[in-house]
Design a binder for this molecule. Structure first.
Ligand SMILES: NC(=O)c1ccc[n+]([C@@H]2O[C@H](COP(=O)([O-])OP(=O)(O)OC[C@H]3O[C@@H](n4cnc5c(N)ncnc54)[C@H](OP(=O)(O)O)[C@@H]3O)[C@@H](O)[C@H]2O)c1
Length: 345
């Protein structure tokens, strides 16, 4: 242990955790399989991999589980329960922490509660290092280019469908309860809770997807990550109406694997537009399976942290910690990227 290649994965046997474990192995890291259920851990264990049962209610078990780890990736959500105990354990162990939390309030808590201590300790803590929150932030940061401020950032999610996991549904329910059932949007440079109906509009996704009906103010973790380091007072996220309906359908089913990587047939396009004065800049990313793509995002983050390719320490979002265009280029086998020229309105 302690080779510098051991990376702990908390929630290793969850849907996303399994993708992260596989990606770590693919990249030559040795995943340490962490989770609260010994039987589920044992079912996942393969020769050469070590499983360590550990619980957020038992900090010494987390300390034992992180012994010899170079970093930890937290894939166990709802993160309202798991993020703080795992960040605390990472700080005690003196190792970087990355999570895939999509819960707006949990991500805000990570910034609020750990920013000072993580910075003082020189430890990198990256919340929302996944499809929602992380990818959008990398794309907005890339689209901004040399701009340090913009009037608006729009992130439109073109999902072909959305078969949610149990973790997604549980996290959505927790976030909903924390908001007292209210809706949230980022406007005027702050989060605003409200009870208004969400607008439906048409978003002009580029070909081949083309224009799609989307739900506006379908607010995702990007409203935490983007404003954490970029001066953009309006950050809006949109979701294809069909995928939004899939998510809330009473008979919603879990994702089913269709290829040898375990990916589902779901495809995504993330169309990012930033606007400053009369100029717009746009970056578009496309790929397959929002859960699967979260693994290369999280593992690339850990790899960059462990190899010193970071811009800051403390709690920070993907776009603040990493060279965003370079990070996205590194994912070219998972993401196709299109950066059109500036347009002037
Ligand atoms: N930001 C993004 O784009 C993104 C992408 C992927 C996933 N996520 C988030 O990641 C989380 C997991 O998603 P998933 O797709 O992997 O769901 P999943 O397949 O249902 O797995 C959930 C995992 O979390 C574990 N877990 C839940 N509560 C726990 C607790 N209190 N202590 C220890 N382990 C706990 C579960 O363990 P048990 O089986 O023992 O309960 C399981 O391993 C969700 O919050 C989801 O929203 C976000």
């Amino acid at each position: 242990m302690g080779s510098g290649r051991n990376v702990a994965v908390f929630g290793a046997y969850g849907h996303t955790g399994r993708f992260v474990v596989a990606e770590l192995r693919e990249r030559g890291y040795i995943p340490l399989l962490l989770g609260r259920d010994q039987d589920k851990l044992l079912a996942l264990t393969q020769p050469g991999l070590e499983a360590r049962q550990s619980s957020v209610d038992d900090p010494p078990s987390l300390d034992r589980a992180l012994n010899g780890a170079a970093a930890v990736i937290n894939c166990a959500g709802p993160f309202v329960t798991t993020a703080a105990p795992l960040v605390e354990a990472a700080l005690r162990a003196g190792i970087p922490y990355v999570d895939v939390a999509a819960e707006i309030e949990a991500n805000l808590d990570t910034f609020a509660h750990f920013a000072e201590r993580a910075r003082a300790a020189g430890i990198v803590v990256v919340p929302a290092m996944a499809f929602f929150g992380g990818l959008g932030d990398l794309l907005v940061t890339t689209a901004m280019g040399d701009w340090t401020a913009a009037d608006e950032a729009h992130i439109a999610y073109g999902l072909s469908s959305w078969h949610p996991t149990g973790g997604t549904l549980a996290s959505g329910a927790v976030s909903g309860r924390r908001r007292g059932g209210r809706r949230v949007r980022y406007t005027g440079g702050r989060l605003e809770y409200h009870d208004e109906a969400l607008p439906t509009l048409e978003w002009p996704f580029p070909a081949p997807l083309g224009p799609q009906s989307v739900i506006g103010e379908f607010t995702m973790a990007d409203v935490v990550t983007v404003p954490s380091h970029l001066a953009v007072p309006e950050v809006r996220t949109y979701m294809t109406a069909k995928a939004a309906a899939d998510l809330t359908a009473p008979d919603a089913s879990a994702p089913a694997a269709v290829d040898k990587h375990g990916r589902s047939a779901q495809t995504f396009v993330v169309d990012v537009l930033v606007r400053s004065g009369g100029t717009e800049r746009r970056v578009v990313a496309a790929g397959q399976d929002i859960y699967a793509i979260s693994a290369p995002l999280a593992v690339e983050a850990v790899d960059r942290i462990l190899t010193g390719r970071t811009r800051t320490a403390g709690v920070a979002s993907a776009g603040a910690v990493f060279d965003a265009p370079d990070f996205l280029r590194a994912l070219s086998s998972h993401l196709s990227l299109h950066v059109p020229l500036d347009t002037h309105g």
